[in-house]
Design a protein. Structure first.
Length: 295
């Protein structure tokens, strides 16, 4: 298994690498550490810019060497320098070329508020990647936890929920970690005729969580640690804030129903979760064709 880690010589890049190392140790994966540089462009002058591009690539290789030196023994890291008009596009190209299982990036930068401050690169990935994207919260590089402790899966009822569950089950199984299924219930209008009855809304979600729990249990070895929980609040943010989180936890969410097959599109619920959680989040693409779901 390979994981593409998008790297920059910044705190956000260090966060991405730290999460990549944690995931690699947990899953027995190798890290493809990638820096994407803008391509050389011809200028309307007599100045030859080829030397500058070579100098930039050389500096990028030094950054990658420095980063690789911080990775603990036992984790395989292969550095890559590539050129693309888009950093996100370059990472997606690397993931496809290397047959990677996912892309890991840091959440630091401009954009959404909270632990995940999403810059344009992460936003682009979360709206176009064909493989799961893991986003590291700011400061994870300072954590001493070396492996994923528990996987939480935020299950909904929209298209792609089954695929998300399958992916979460597979991840927990490969990592040997407990799986927690969560149904988040925002008590603002969400369930049509039930919207005026909060008790009915919560019972509806509880029934759904129990059904998903049974489906997950059928996919796991007997005795595998899996639990289900329902948490509610006035908003999704309120609901997710009621969950207990510990260092080493990870949450998985599904892509929006607006996504093209085998592509991501960050939906409103996932975006709200991103604003408040302080653990890594993995967004899983949807697939309309069960035979062509992402590896």
């Amino acid at each position: 298994m390979r994981l593409v880690v998008g790297y920059l010589a910044t705190p956000g890049g260090a966060d991405a690498l730290a999460l990549g190392v944690r995931l690699a140790r947990t899953l027995g994966a190798e890290i493809e550490l990638c820096i994407v540089l803008p391509p050389d462009r011809p200028l309307p002058t007599l100045v030859n810019t080829g030397g500058y591009q070579q100098m930039l690539a050389g500096q990028a290789r030094e950054w990658l060497d420095d980063a690789r030196a911080t990775v603990p023994a036992g984790v395989v890291v292969t550095p890559h320098v590539s050129f693309s008009d888009s950093f996100a596009g370059g990472l997606i190209g690397a993931a496809v070329r290397l047959d990677a299982a996912g892309i890991v990036v840091g959440g630091a930068g401009g954009g959404l508020a909270g632990s995940f401050s999403l810059g344009s690169v992460v936003n682009e990935l979360l709206h176009s990647a064909p493989v799961p994207v893991a986003v590291a919260p700011r400061g994870i590089r300072l954590s001493e936890v070396d492996r994923v402790r528990e996987v939480t899966c935020a299950i909904g009822e929209r298209t792609g929920a089954d695929l998300l569950l399958e992916t979460a089950v597979a991840a927990s199984r490969a990592a040997g970690t407990p799986l927690r299924l969560v149904s988040l219930v925002a008590l603002d209008p969400v369930f049509g005729v039930l919207r005026s009855d909060p008790d009915a809304v919560r019972e509806h979600a509880l029934t759904h969580a129990r059904r998903m729990l049974e489906a997950a249990k059928e996919s796991l070895p007997q005795g595998f640690p899996v639990t289900a929980a329902v948490t509610d609040g006035a908003t999704v943010e309120d609901a997710v804030n009621k969950l207990a989180w510990r260092d080493g936890d990870l949450i998985m969410v599904g892509s929006s129903r607006l996504a093209a097959p085998r592509r991501l599109f960050l939906g409103s619920t996932a975006a709200k979760i991103l604003r408040v959680v302080e653990v890594p989040i993995v967004v899983v693409p949807r697939s309309q064709d069960r035979e062509e779901k992402p590896r």
